[in-house]
Design a protein around this ligand. Structure first.
Ligand code: E4P
Length: 219
């Protein structure tokens, strides 16, 4: 399973990328706001940190506007990194129209705000490169978010869709384990949760014990 960092915090992305476990990045307007940087600043630097799909979201509400925004984003990225641009498009009829056109022009798309398997199926039919079901937000409403991941993975396998499933809105490390067990292609994970994944108290205790014992070995 590929791991994307769900963040627009460039320092965090840089640190996690240095661990050698990052395959891509997803951002959204909320994450950009939280980073305290301008969208332009982020676009200029983020592609130099991770060599993989970087999702950047459009805000237009009609297909033509989304397509125009997508092209503007691509044009702001230096030529060598343009292959890594993935345009995040909201899941609605206008979004589907935009996805169809952009995919025909070879621009990667990530259909976002997906909350049902039917929405994922339509996004794949329109030619989306990625779909992002938001499981945490479903859990928040008392639904079992992971259930749609299981369905979507099955549906895509049944028909050999090339669209990759990005499990999004991940809230805790168990969501990551479940994503991998279900065969999701990608989990996009907030930095805080990646840090929780790496940690185990027995590992820390074990390292300390080995260091202490080594000090007592006859020199
Ligand atoms: C990623 O693509 C999504 O925008 C993100 O995972 C949403 O997470 P949230 O539900 O915690 O805002």
């Amino acid at each position: 399973m590929k791991i994307f960092v769900d963040s627009a915090d460039l320092d965090e992305i840089k640190e996690l990328a240095s661990w050698g476990i990052v395959d891509g990045v997803t951002t959204n307007p909320t994450l950009v706001k939280r980073s305290g940087r301008s969208f332009q600043e982020i676009i200029e630097e983020i592609f130099t940190i991770v060599d993989g799909p970087i999702s950047l979201e459009v805000l237009s509400e009609d297909a033509d506007g989304m397509i125009q925004e997508a092209k503007e984003i691509v044009s702001k990225v230096s030529k060598k990194y343009q292959k890594n641009v993935a345009i995040k498009i909201p899941m609605n009829p206008e979004g589907l129209k935009a996805v169809k056109k952009l995919s025909k022009e070879g621009i990667q798309t990530n259909v976002t705000l997906v909350f049902s398997s039917n929405q994922a199926l339509l996004a794949a039919k329109a030619g989306a490169s990625f779909v992002s079901p938001f499981i945490g937000r479903l859990d928040d409403m008392g639904h079992e978010g992971m259930q749609i991941i299981e369905e979507i993975v099955d549906i895509f396998e049944n028909y050999d869709f090339e669209t990759e499933v990005i499990v999004a809105s991940i809230r805790h490390p168990i969501h990551v384990i479940q994503s991998a067990s279900l065969g999701a292609h990608i989990a996009t994970i907030p930095p805080k949760i990646i840090r929780q994944m790496v940690k185990h108290s027995l590992t820390d205790k074990g390292i300390q014990q080995f260091l202490d014992d080594w000090r007592d070995v006859k020199k």
